[in-house]
Design a protein around this ligand. Structure first.
Ligand SMILES: [Zn+2]
Length: 396
C-alpha cells in the first residue's frame, strides 16, 4: 500500500461536476495549484495542493496541467498493409466509397499472429504517448470466422473494449452473395467472436456498395444483442442515411461519424441523449476531405457527443486524440473545454463507463499530463506532442 502525492499541478481538469471548490465553467471541475493522491492505482484524494495530505512518495509535475486520460472510443487497430497511396489519391480528388477496406483485409489475412500483435502494440503505444489511456478496438479486417476471432483475441490483449465488426464490408469472396455473408456474420462468426467481444458494430451505409443496408444492419445488431453484446453503429458517414435512426431505435450506446445529419436525426439523438452518444470522428473528414459535422449545433440541441480518432488504415490513420480535439475546435464549433470533455467523459459515456473520463476519488488513476500550464494548450498548440498518459511507476 504505497500512496503517491502528485503535486505541482498548475491546472487540474477533473470533469467532476461535484468537486468542492472547483471552477465549474464548462463543467470542467477545474482546480489551479492542485494535487492528487494515488494509492494502489486508485485516486485517493483530489484537491488544492495547500491542503494535500501526507503520502509515502511525492512526485512534482513542475507546473504542468493534468487532465483525465483521453478515451478513444473508436479505432480499428488490427490491420496489416499500407494504404498511404489511397490517401494521396483522395487528396488529388478521388472520392472515398468504402472500397479500399478489401486491401487491408488481404494484408491482414496474410499476416501472422505475431506480426498483427506487434502492429497493434505499436499503435497502442503511440496512443498512450499522446495521452490516450483507454482505447476501443474493432475487428473487421479479417472477415472470415478464423480471422475475426484472431483479430478480437489480439485486440483483447490490449483492451477490454473489444468490438466485433464482421459487418465492416462484404468480403471479395462473397460479392454477389451478400445475404450469404450476413448469414455467416450472424451465425457461425458471431458465435465464435462473441466470447472475445464486448460490443458489436456494423457499417450501415447505403451510399457504399461494400457496406450494409438498414435491413442488414438491423439483423446484425439484433443478433449481436441476442448474443449479449452492446451495440455500436457506423452511420451517416457518406451521406444522409438510416444509421442514426436505427442506432436510436435499437438503443445503441453510440452512433459514429454522424457526418451528414438531417433535422430529424438531430431530434432523435437529442431525445436519446441518455442512451445513445453521437461519436464524432473529425480526423476522417480531414483525411477524406469531407465536410465536418456541426458539433456546436449538436451540443446546443442537447445531443450527447464524443470525440474519437477512428484510427484505421483507410480514412484516418491518425492515433491522435489531441488532433481530433484541435479539429473539433477549429472546424466543428466546439470550445476547447467542450472538445476536451467530448474526448474524455463523452467517450467514456459512449462505452458506458463511469470509472474513466473523470478524475475523482475512487476512480482508477487514469490521467494525462500536458507539457503546458493549461488544458487550452491541447488545441492551441495543435500538432505539438504536449500530451502523454501519466505513468505512475514510482520514481525513486
Ligand atoms: Zn470506424
Amino acid at each position: 500500500m504505497t500512496a503517491t502525492l502528485i503535486a505541482g499541478i498548475a491546472e487540474l481538469v477533473t470533469n467532476d461536476e461535484l468537486l468542492d471548490g472547483a471552477d465549474q465553467s464548462e463543467r470542467l471541475g477545474r482546480l489551479t495549484n492542485a494535487a492528487v493522491v494515488v494509492q494502489d492505482g486508485v485516486i485517493a484524494w483530489v484537491g488544492p495542493a495547500a491542503r494535500a495530505p501526507e503520502a509515502d512518495e511525492r512526485r512534482d509535475l513542475g507546473g504542468r496541467a493534468v487532465v483525465p486520460g483521453f478515451v478513444d472510443s473508436h479505432s480499428h487497430l488490427v490491420f496489416a498493409g499500407d494504404r498511404s497511396a489511397e490517401f494521396a489519391a483522395r487528396m488529388a480528388g478521388v472520392r472515398y466509397d468504402g472500397g479500399g477496406i478489401v486491401n487491408s483485409v488481404n494484408a491482414t489475412r496474410a499476416a501472422t499472429d505475431d506480426e498483427l500483435r506487434s502492429l497493434v502494440g505499436s499503435r497502442v503505444a503511440e496512443m498512450r504517448a499522446q495521452g490516450t489511456t483507454t482505447v476501443e478496438i474493432k475487428s473487421g479486417y479479417g472477415l472470415t470466422v478464423e480471422d475475426e476471432v484472431r483479430s478480437l483475441r489480439i485486440a483483447g490483449e490490449f483492451t477490454t473494449e473489444t468490438t466485433f465488426l464482421g459487418a465492416h464490408a462484404v468480403p471479395p469472396e462473397f460479392v454477389g452473395r451478400r445475404s450469404d455473408y450476413v448469414e455467416l456474420v450472424i451465425g457461425e462468426m458471431l458465435s465464435a467472436c462473441a466470447p472475445h467481444a464486448r460490443w458489436i458494430d456494423v457499417f450501415c451505409e447505403p451510399h457504399s456498395a461494400h457496406a450494409f443496408t438498414e435491413e442488414e444492419a438491423r439483423v446484425v445488431l439484433s443478433a449481436g444483442r441476442d448474443a449479449g453484446l452492446g451495440l455500436r453503429v457506423h452511420g451517416n458517414q457518406l451521406g444522409d442515411g438510416p444509421g442514426v435512426r436505427l442506432a436510436v431505435e435499437m438503443g445503441a450506446a453510440s452512433v459514429d461519424h454522424c457526418t451528414f445529419l438531417s433535422g430529424a436525426d438531430i431530434d432523435a439523438l437529442a431525445g436519446a441523449a441518455g442512451t445513445t452518444v453521437a461519436t464524432l470522428l473529425p480526423a476522417v473528414e480531414f483525411s477524406t476531405r469531407s465536410p465536418y459535422p456541426n458539433a456546436r449545433h449538436l451540443l446546443d440541441a442537447g445531443v450527447s457527443i464524443a470525440l474519437a480518432t477512428d484510427c484505421n488504415p483507410g480514412t484516418s490513420y491518425s492515433s491522435s486524440i489531441p488532433f481530433a480535439i484541435a479539429l473539433a475546435v477549429r472546424e466543428m464549433g466546439l470550445t476547447p473545454g467542450e472538445a476536451l470533455r467530448a474526448a474524455t467523459v463523452g467517450s467514456a459515456k459512449s462505452l458506458q463507463r463511469n470509472d474513466i473520463g473523470v478524475i475523482r476519488t475512487g476512480n482508477p488513476a487514469d490521467m494525462s499530463v500536458l507539457e503546458a500550464p493549461s488544458y487550452l494548450h491541447v488545441s492551441y498548440r495543435a500538432g505539438v506532442p504536449i500530451a502523454s498518459s501519466l505513468e505512475l511507476v514510482a520514481e525513486h
